[in-house]
Design a protein around this ligand. Structure first.
Ligand SMILES: Cc1ncc(COP(=O)(O)O)c(C=O)c1O
Length: 399
């Protein structure tokens, strides 16, 4: 039967068309290959190697023992929202009402998805600096939006240029999506650069989704929250999380802050797709905010040590690598090897058993680079750097 609604697309009639528009993950393929090989050092996954600090785990366990096994409010535990509001006021001088302007989510992953669904109409355009976190385009596309990539380059430290943004903006542009400190580049924007971005947003009457999941992982000065800039709180959906700062990836916990009427719209989606974030995780998150500061400092100090080893290792291997200013990724330029980033990663994996991710998985302007995560034990990083140097010397020697 050749009925228009039964058109075969993407190989199966069962699959919705918008799913076809989502690019396949360039990361998963490498994990699948690496998982079948012995003795692989993986610098691929963007996850802390630390286990969640003991007192935070205990708080989660205690909540279960105490029978806190029910849904929480759709907004999440009020105490946790209050702790987040207090943190935002203290660290970033930005004030949110914990009753109406903060929502606890199942990770920043959920926050991204429900924010896009609540803000985007079909055909709305989203300006997205690239290279970018892999989940940004799919979430925009799933909500019916269209991605307008804003290329950046290593000579600019992967910071977006205002003239490039100006050239991309149209009367269909609704949103700017940003994530600083950045995955995969480690880029951080200074207050002055963020203010320029804010002026651009104001000029074109845009809204912003600002993913600040790496806010605590900076190595050269403190993070500036986009929502704290004059006039920006009213235009921003601010996303934050626990996964990276407190090594809590498996707990699936994050939060979202936005002006009341925007949060109400986002809540409509959250309450029907998620109801509430896991209760034990929320109790653990509360402990993290109340008593986890020391842990954050210890982990950041350790990341800083590893960052040095990795940056120096890449440069010693002839792969130009700038100091990442935040998050926990190096993004060296591999073009001096004469290989494209996909081939580089594939050969490095097969020949030296080191897994890194091709930069092009994060958008076209990531090509010619690879992403390596330094949230990995220092001995592993040291050994990986020996293998990478051996690999580049062999390539340059003509092998
Ligand atoms: C930039 C960025 N945002 C969001 C996430 C997902 O965070 P969560 O674990 O809170 O869902 C990640 C995870 O790698 C990330 O790198």
């Amino acid at each position: 039967m050749n009925h228009p609604t039964s058109r075969v697309h993407g190989g199966s009639r069962a699959i919705a068309r918008r799913i076809d528009a989502i690019p396949a993950s360039g990361i998963r393929r490498f994990f699948d290959i690496a998982a079948t090989m012995p003795n692989v050092i993986s610098l691929g996954i963007g996850e802390p190697d630390f286990t969640t600090p003991e007192h935070i785990r205990a708080a989660g366990q205690r909540s279960i023992q105490d029978g806190e096994t029910h849904y929480t409010s759709n907004f999440g535990l009020l105490e946790l929202r209050e702790a987040i509001a207090a943190k935002l006021a203290k660290r970033y001088q930005v004030r949110y009402d914990p009753h109406t302007e903060i929502l606890i989510t199942t990770g920043v992953s959920e926050g991204l998805n429900i924010a896009c669904q609540a803000l985007l109409d079909p055909g709305d355009e989203v300006l997205l600096p690239e290279p970018h976190y892999v989940a940004y385009p799919p979430n925009i596309i799933l909500a019916g939006g269209e991605v307008r990539a804003i290329p950046t380059c290593s000579a600019d430290g992967f910071r977006p240029r205002i003239n490039v943004l100006e050239a991309a903006v149209s009367d269909r542009t609704k949103l700017l999506m940003i994530g600083y400190p950045a995955n995969p580049t480690g880029a951080v924007l200074s207050r002055g650069e963020l203010e320029e971005l804010a002026a651009f947003v104001q000029r074109h009457d845009l809204y912003v989704i600002s993913d600040e999941i790496y806010d605590r992982l900076t190595y050269d000065g403190d993070h500036v929250s986009f929502a704290s800039l004059p006039g920006m709180q009213a235009r921003t959906v601010l996303l934050g999380g626990f996964s990276k700062s407190y090594a809590m990836t498996g707990w699936r916990l994050g939060w979202l802050a936005a002006p009341r009427e925007v949060l109400e719209a986002i809540m409509k989606v959250h309450q029907y797709v998620m109801m509430s974030a896991p209760t034990a995780s929320q109790c653990a998150g509360l402990e993290a905010l109340r008593a986890g500061e020391e842990d954050v400092h210890l982990m950041v100090a350790e990341y800083e040590r590893r960052r040095r080893v990795m940056v120096d290792g890449f440069n010693a291997a002839g792969l130009a690598c700038q100091d990442p200013l935040g998050a926990f990724y190096c993004f060296p330029d591999i073009t001096s090897t004469g290989l494209d980033d996909e081939t580089f990663c594939e050969r490095l994996l097969y020949e030296e058993q080191v897994a890194v991710i091709p930069g092009s998985a994060f958008g076209r302007s990531g090509s010619g680079h690879v992403r390596a995560c330094y949230a990995t034990a220092i001995e592993q990083i040291e050994e990986a750097m020996v293998r990478i140097r051996r690999f580049t010397e062999r390539i340059r020697g003509g092998a």
